[in-house]
Structures are given as structure tokens and as C-alpha cells.
Write a protein that binds this ligand. Structure first.
Ligand code: ZN
Length: 236
């Protein structure tokens, strides 16, 4: 069990934490700012600072066996901390912040392309969503203009928790950006882009669409008869 600090404050770049497990699966802590790979968003990388002044590079973060287990993967050959040791966890913030901006951009893309989403992936230099839609329904210039209008609208992005029962009673909320949050804890996290998008999501987002910045549609390509992939990137 780990307190998932990124759930309540995605802008935390570091935290102190106590080591709770060290084994071949990875390192675990009582709390963490590291997002584990899931829902189309990559796991975080960064560093662990020990009190003796040494550092351990964390090359990736993945989910453990339970919903609140987060496994931090140390770079090979690292000298590992002991269980009970107090350390400081520091994110590779530039990479994470790019993930937050792109992840939020995908919520906007959901709105602009009003079609069922079949998959998605965020990276630090681009992001994509796949839609079940015909190619001739997709206009590159119109999609780009739609995205940038939502960015320019500078709308707040907020999170709230609802009962699973409430979500089950309103199935239209689940658009499945393939970023569904873990179920089974009784509550589900909803992400709302004011006036634009509301859906369950476990990822990390920026506070305002203005922070996403200007976007370009890099490519639209067919990934099968009923699957079209839209790749977006920050405008350079
Ligand atoms: Zn999201």
C-alpha cells in the first residue's frame, strides 16, 4: 500500500518517503509522486536520494499486484536502499509535465472528434488516440483548429471522486479513453474539463487547458477499417 500523492496533486515534483519493500520486482514506498505506467500514460522516471548522499536512478514505474502498489524500477547495478530507510523521491519533471500536457490534450481530442475511442498513448514528444470512425469524417485542419480553440479557452481541469454505483448508473460517462481508473475501491475518479469533457481517468493532468499550449495534428492514418489514429504534438 502506497499513498498516491500524484492523485491529489499532480504538480508535486518530489516527496520524502520510507522504503517499504526492496525485491526483484522493484522498490516500494509508503508514499510516492511517481505515476505507474497505465491507461496509456508512461510510468515516471527520476531519482531516489539517500541520506548518505548517494542517488539511485529510477528508470521506470509500474503497477504492482494491488491497486495501490507502485513498483519503482531502479537502473541496473544500483546500490539499493534498505527497508525502513527514509529517502527523497524526485521526478524527472520535464518528462512528467509533458505527459500531463499531452494527457490533457487527449481529453480535448476526445471532444473534438466525437467518435468512440479504441485506444491511446501518451509520450513525452507526442500523443495519439485511435477512433472507430471513417477516414472521410476526419479533417486535419478542422481538428487542429478545434483543439487550439479549446486550449485558448483556458478552461479549468478538475478532479472529483464518485461512488462506483453512481458511475454505473450513468454509463455515458465512460468514454474509455483507455485510461480507466482502477475499480474495486468503491469510488472512481472523474476528470472534468469545464464545458468540454467529463470521464473517469486515473492519469495526471494540468490545471488549465491553457497549459497544454498550441497543438498540431502531426498525422492521421488508418490502423484498420474501423480504426483511425490521430497523432498530435506541441507546436514548435
Ligand atoms: Zn485523463
Amino acid at each position: 500500500m502506497s499513498e498516491l500523492l500524484f492523485r491529489t496533486d499532480a504538480y508535486l515534483r518530489l516527496c520524502t518517503a520510507t522504503v517499504t519493500a526492496v525485491d526483484e520486482q522493484g522498490l516500494q514506498f509508503d508514499r510516492t509522486v511517481f505515476y505507474p505506467n497505465g491507461g496509456g500514460q508512461p510510468g515516471d522516471s527520476g531519482q531516489l536520494l539517500r541520506q548518505d548522499g548517494s542517488t539511485v536512478v529510477i528508470s521506470n514505474t509500474v503497477k504492482g499486484a494491488t491497486a495501490d502498489a507502485v513498483l519503482h524500477l531502479p537502473a541496473e547495478g544500483s546500490s539499493l536502499p534498505q527497508v525502513g530507510e527514509e529517502v527523497t523521491l524526485v521526478l524527472d519533471w520535464d518528462r512528467r509535465y509533458a505527459h500531463m500536457r499531452y494527457h490533457t490534450a487527449l481529453h480535448l481530442l476526445c471532444k473534438v472528434v466525437a467518435a468512440p475511442v479504441t485506444g491511446g498513448q501518451v509520450a513525452a514528444d507526442k500523443a495519439r488516440l485511435d477512433f472507430a470512425v471513417e477516414m472521410d469524417a476526419l479533417d486535419k485542419e478542422a481538428i487542429e483548429a478545434g483543439l487550439n480553440a479549446l486550449v485558448a479557452a483556458a478552461q479549468p481541469v478538475t478532479a472529483r471522486w464518485v461512488d462506483e454505483a453512481e458511475l454505473d448508473a450513468n454509463p455515458e460517462l465512460v468514454k474509455t479513453m483507455s485510461v480507466s481508473p482502477p475499480r474495486g475501491t468503491g469510488t472512481v475518479r472523474l476528470i472534468e474539463v469545464t464545458g468540454t469533457d467529463l470521464q473517469p481517468c486515473g492519469g495526471t493532468h494540468v490545471h488549465n487547458t491553457a497549459e497544454v499550449g498550441r497543438l498540431v495534428v502531426q498525422k492521421i492514418r488508418s490502423e484498420g477499417k474501423q480504426n483511425k489514429r490521430i497523432i498530435i504534438a506541441f507546436a514548435s
